[in-house]
Design a protein around this ligand. Structure first.
Ligand code: ASP
Length: 309
């Protein structure tokens, strides 16, 4: 038997939801496709030179955080109070090390703060002022609130507040970003970063920074990043559930992802996931009209938005 190197693969998402041709302008569509491609390129450059899946997912997520089209880092949605509170998580599949933050307010790239929690603290999840303090102590790049804020997100908050019956923007698209990758060493990693939901309050935390819900990586199964109505993804423990089905039922990535997204749907939730296995098999699953997504490997890359692509 030959010991062929594993193929590398990276999959990204930029959120799921009611994303249809009729409601996405041509310029936005072009820029979103370019943003997804840039994130894939950032991760692929690392994986193609035998770099780690962990480095690749961090690089891809940073690229999407810096792009104001997505609800993470710059372009994050506003809370009810008009502030911006970011959530992020990262996990590697070899030893299942993980780090996450919730309610961070001043770190330019929250996914890198999550990685610092994983690598430089004895903890997995830090919150709010403590997360901000840890970030400063780690010497991560700090920015003021104006870095994150965009007029489009401010407008979304104004719309939401004008209609008090809409607590959250569940009928809109979810713009959370995520990346999963497998490297030539057969290791997987996952990263997710988000501003959460427009108009969130009371310190609300979604699935993205919760290990096992919006983010999970296990070399025995797969790496997963989710986007969607976080309250449902928490209740279904989506990312861990996909891994568990693969490990214990022997399902492939696509089957496990479809089953768990269907389960979220049966609870009333919508959204999607990206999955990659240590052997380089990749899958998308979503129960929304569209999901910003893309994948790349040695054979090339593809990006897609609508459900029929
Ligand atoms: N899952 C995120 C949350 O609930 C939202 C999103 O995917 O855009 O915070």
């Amino acid at each position: 038997m030959t010991d062929a190197p594993s193929p590398w693969k990276i999959v990204v998402h930029g959120g799921a939801g009611v994303i249809e041709r009729a409601n996405l302008g041509a310029a936005d569509e072009r820029e979103i496709r370019a943003g997804l491609a840039a994130a894939l390129d950032a991760g692929s450059a690392i994986l193609a030179r035998s770099g780690s899946a962990l480095d690749a997912v961090e690089a891809a997520a940073r690229s999407l955080e810096d792009d104001p089209h997505f609800n993470a880092g710059r372009g994050s949605v506003f809370t009810y109070q008009g502030t911006i509170e970011t959530d992020a998580a990262i996990m590697e599949g070899a030893k299942r090390n993980a780090g996450a933050v919730t309610g961070a307010t001043a770190t330019k790239n929250p996914v890198s703060l999550a990685r610092a929690v994983m690598e430089h603290s004895p903890h997995v999840l830090l919150s709010r002022e403590g997360a901000d303090q840890f970030s400063r102590e780690q010497g991560l790049e700090q920015v003021g609130p104006e870095w994150f804020a965009t007029p489009a997100r401010r407008h979304q908050l104004d719309l939401m507040k004008a209609d008090e019956s809409h607590y959250f923007d569940e009928e809109l698209k979810y713009g959370t970003v995520g990346a999963v990758a497998c490297d030539v060493h057969g290791h997987v990693a996952a990263a997710t970063s988000t501003g959460g939901l427009t108009g969130k309050r009371w310190g609300r935390i979604g699935d993205s920074p919760l290990i096992g819900c919006g983010t999970y990586a296990d070399d025995r199964a797969a790496a997963i990043s989710a986007t969607g109505a976080g309250e449902y993804f928490i209740r279904a423990a989506v990312a861990h559930e996909i891994c568990a089905r693969m490990r214990m039922l022997g399902e492939d990535a696509a089957t496990a992802a479809d089953k768990v997204v269907a389960d979220v749907g049966s609870l009333g939730g919508s959204g999607g996931v990206i999955v990659v296995t240590p052997r380089g098999q990749a899958a998308y699953a979503f129960n929304t009209p569209g999901m910003y997504r893309g994948m790349a490997g040695p054979e090339g890359k593809s990006v897609a938005i609508y459900g029929d692509e």
